[in-house]
Design a protein around this ligand. Structure first.
Ligand code: GDP
Length: 282
């Protein structure tokens, strides 16, 4: 991610500013059309007054105004019941890896938890999560092959409650025959865990691959319609993407990024921090 905007800014500060080109570049950085236009308009207004416009500062100011300063790491429920966290997303985004990373993150902070391997349509996902669960030393509940994801989450809740675990983290299905089925499945998981605790799920975190730009925004729109999302986990911020999609999702849907993934290892994961994010981006 780092570098994309820096190069852009150097290019425009050295030469005459081509406003259309600048706007196109900001959009190419996945910031979204609306925000890119706002930034350019602001810069144009300032350019009339100032000889030297600081593109970095103006861009930063706009992005900073949109993003929450920091997002709180997930606190456990006061009631003592397990906090149910659904991790949702399209296969390939890093959903299963992020589920394991989140488990590791919470465990390291002294929380007790149970993992539910409810991505039952991708056999490898269950095995993958099992390997991770052993590595981070967190109990895992799984069902038979092709088990109903909602049933796995239901059983996992029973296990989490019996262990007085503070969290139940559910890796949900990421691929079905059609998107419609996937969304129906998620609604069912939501309904079934709601039978255990009417306030559950307490968090629904969508995993998006930050290198996929507009696709990630489209996925956020679709998932948010099916199950209201409470946060984003943006993965692959170590990759070649520009990372701007985090800003576009926040602006259009009001969904904050809660965590970021920056590599394939379990510790390559951190709560989202707007300043760190901006420093890397610009
Ligand atoms: P899922 O199909 O969405 O469950 O995806 P996986 O968790 O299996 O991840 C897909 C691939 O992305 C794997 O090779 C992961 O190691 C990789 N991956 C996941 N998160 C990150 C990340 O933050 N950075 C990088 N570079 N790779 C990641």
């Amino acid at each position: 991610m780092a570098g994309f905007f820096t190069k852009l800014v150097q290019r425009f500060t050295k030469a005459e500013i081509d406003w259309d080109d600048l706007e196109a570049q900001l959009i190419a950085g996945d910031l979204g059309v609306k925000l890119s236009m706002q930034i350019v308009e602001d810069l144009q207004a300032q350019a009339r007054k100032l000889h030297d416009v600081d593109i970095v500062e103006v861009t930063k100011k706009h992005i900073r105004a949109l993003l929450p300063a920091y997002t709180t790491p997930l606190p456990p429920l006061i009631s003592g019941k397990p906090k149910v966290v659904l991790v949702v997303g399209v296969n390939g985004t890093g959903k299963t890896t992020s589920t394991a990373k989140l488990a590791n993150f919470l465990k390291k902070r002294g929380n007790s938890l149970v993992l539910a391997a409810a991505d039952t349509f991708r056999a490898a996902a269950v095995e993958q999560l099992e390997v991770w669960s052993k590595r981070v030393d967190v109990p895992l509940v799984k069902g038979p092959p092709n088990a109903d994801p909602a049933a796995v989450c239901f059983d996992a809740y029973t296990s989490a409650a019996a262990r007085s675990a503070q969290f139940l983290i559910c890796d949900t299905a990421g691929r079905l025959h059609t998107r419609h089925n996937l969304m129906e499945e998620l609604r069912k998981v939501q309904r079934i865990v709601g039978k255990k605790d009417p306030t559950a799920p307490h968090e629904v975190l969508l995993v998006v691959d930050a290198t996929t730009g507009g696709n990630a925004l489209q996925q956020a729109r679709e998932f948010h319609k099916a199950v209201p999302l409470t946060g984003i986990i943006a993965t692959k911020l170590d990759g070649s993407g520009k990372g701007g999609v985090v800003v576009a999702i926040q602006q259009e849907l009001g969904i904050p990024t809660r965590f970021v993934g920056t590599g394939e290892q379990v510790d390559d994961f951190a709560p989202f921090n707007a300043d760190t994010y901006l420093d890397q981006m610009l």
